[in-house]
Structures are given as structure tokens and as C-alpha cells.
Design a protein. Structure first.
Length: 254
């Protein structure tokens, strides 16, 4: 599994992001002076509605238009983490649809094996998630009845084939969106939009679900987003290293 926090073209692991909290705090303070007050205020407004209580898993989504529309919806509904499982199909996005939303999201890629869904499920369960497979023909729950007392991972498959048998049979719960016409299913991007709109509204209205980010998580995203906002980040990093050599013993500016 590979994690990509897209802010300067590099892949970043959790260890790299958290290895030195003091350094990160100093870096954030340093970089913040170079962005506008309006951008800082916008960060706080968005962070107030960001969540990891709900996450999204995309299994073998290959149509760039659909893949991009789901990412855009995730950003707009405050979903921070998206897990991308590539078994047969290569995941790609359409920049005209995604409109830059990926730079504000954490993307986790599962692509090292012939079949990567088990690894994704295992990783999510280790993080405390209940796996919820989206299935138009299973009647476990609807968007109004799905339990939200624990973090959930919504799993979406391709519009034509749906989810793999493994994804369906090894899920903890199943959810369907009620339909009243002849067509068998919604387009995946529409399904994601309907589900995320309903479920995040329920979170926002709740008084007993701890769905907000922690302050530590907010600080992590402030730093990532600030770096992504600035151009020529390497130049700022070199200035920071010159001002704070104590954080970079034995390191060289790149």
C-alpha cells in the first residue's frame, strides 16, 4: 500500500509526516507568513468540516470521469482519505473534472499484488473502520439507517461489474440507495454523491459522534495545505533549514 499526500509531487509516509513534531510546528509557523490571511481563514473553515469518521474505498474504478467526480465530491463533503484499490484496472483522473481537488486529499493506493482488496480491508480494520459495501441488491441498510457510531469505510465498485465477490462477502455491512425505476443502479459518481451527502449531513447534525479531526490532524493538514499553496516550495524549505539547522543535523538542502 502506498500513501500519496499530493502537495509537491512527492509521496509522503506517515513516518515522514510525523517524525519531528517540533520541526513541523516550526515549519508551519515559518511558511504561514507567506500565505494570505484569506487563505489561512479558508483552511480553518474547511478543517471545521473535515472528517476521517467516513472514508471512501474505490475498487477497480477505471473511468477517469467517474473517478475524478468521486474525488471532487469527497473534497466538497469533507472526506479527507480515499483508498484506491487497483486489481485489474489502472486508476486515472480527469483534470477537467477533478478541478484540483486531489491536492487537498490523502490518497492511499493498493496496487502491489494481483488482488489488493484484502490488503485494503485489513488496513482499514486496523484503523478501526467498519467496512460497508455499496450493493444495490442487498437490503442491510439505507443512507438513513446505516449506523454511524463507529468509523465506516464506504466501498464502491465499477458501474458495469460492481464490487468483487470478495469485497461484498467480506464487508461488515451493506448499504443500498433506494431506487424506484427500471434501471438497476446509479452511476458510481452519483451513488457516491448521494451517500456522502446524506451521511455527512447526519454527522453534522449529530451531538454524540466524535467525527471532527483532532487538533494534531488539523495541524498536519495545515502544513500540507500550506506547502501545496506555495510555489517553489524547495526554496522555502532551504530558507527554513538555514534558520533552523537544529532540526536537520546531518541533512542537506536539496
Amino acid at each position: 500500500m502506498k500513501k500519496s499526500i499530493i502537495y509537491d509531487g512527492r509521496d509522503s509516509s506517515d513516518a515522514e509526516m510525523r517524525e519531528n513534531a517540533a520541526r513541523d510546528a516550526a515549519m508551519l509557523e515559518f511558511l504561514t507568513q507567506f500565505i494570505t490571511d484569506e487563505r489561512r481563514q479558508r483552511f480553518e473553515e474547511v478543517l471545521d468540516f473535515r472528517t476521517r469518521h467516513v472514508t471512501v474505498v474505490l475498487e477497480d474504478i477505471f473511468q477517469p470521469h467517474n473517478a475524478s467526480a468521486v474525488l471532487r465530491t469527497c473534497d466538497l463533503r469533507g472526506i479527507q482519505d480515499i483508498h484506491i484499490v487497483q486489481n485489474v484496472n489502472h486508476y486515472d483522473v480527469n483534470p477537467d473534472v477533478v478541478l484540483g481537488s486531489t491536492k487537498w486529499l490523502n490518497l492511499y493506493h493498493y496496487e502491489d499484488k494481483e488482488f489488493n482488496t484484502p490488503e485494503a480491508y485489513s488496513h482499514l480494520r486496523e484503523q478501526g473502520y467498519k467496512i460497508v459495501a455499496t450493493c444495490p441488491h442487498r437490503d442491510d441498510f439505507t443512507p438513513d439507517t446505516l449506523p454511524l457510531d463507529q468509523p465506516i469505510a464506504l466501498v464502491f465498485g465499477t458501474e458495469k461489474l460492481g464490487l468483487s465477490d470478495y469485497a461484498v462477502e467480506n464487508a461488515d455491512m451493506h448499504i443500498r440507495i433506494p431506487m424506484f425505476g427500471f434501471t438497476e443502479s446509479y452511476n458510481i459518481s452519483v451513488s457516491a454523491a448521494l451517500l456522502l451527502y446524506s451521511l455527512t449531513n447526519r454527522l453534522h447534525d449529530s451531538t454524540d459522534i466524535a467525527w471532527h479531526l483532532t487538533e494534531e490532524e488539523r495541524d498536519e493538514l495545515r502544513l500540507v495545505w500550506t506547502r501545496r499553496t506555495l510555489g517553489r516550495i524547495r526554496q522555502y524549505e532551504r530558507k527554513f533549514m538555514a534558520l533552523h539547522p537544529e532540526f536537520f543535523v546531518g541533512a542537506k538542502a536539496q
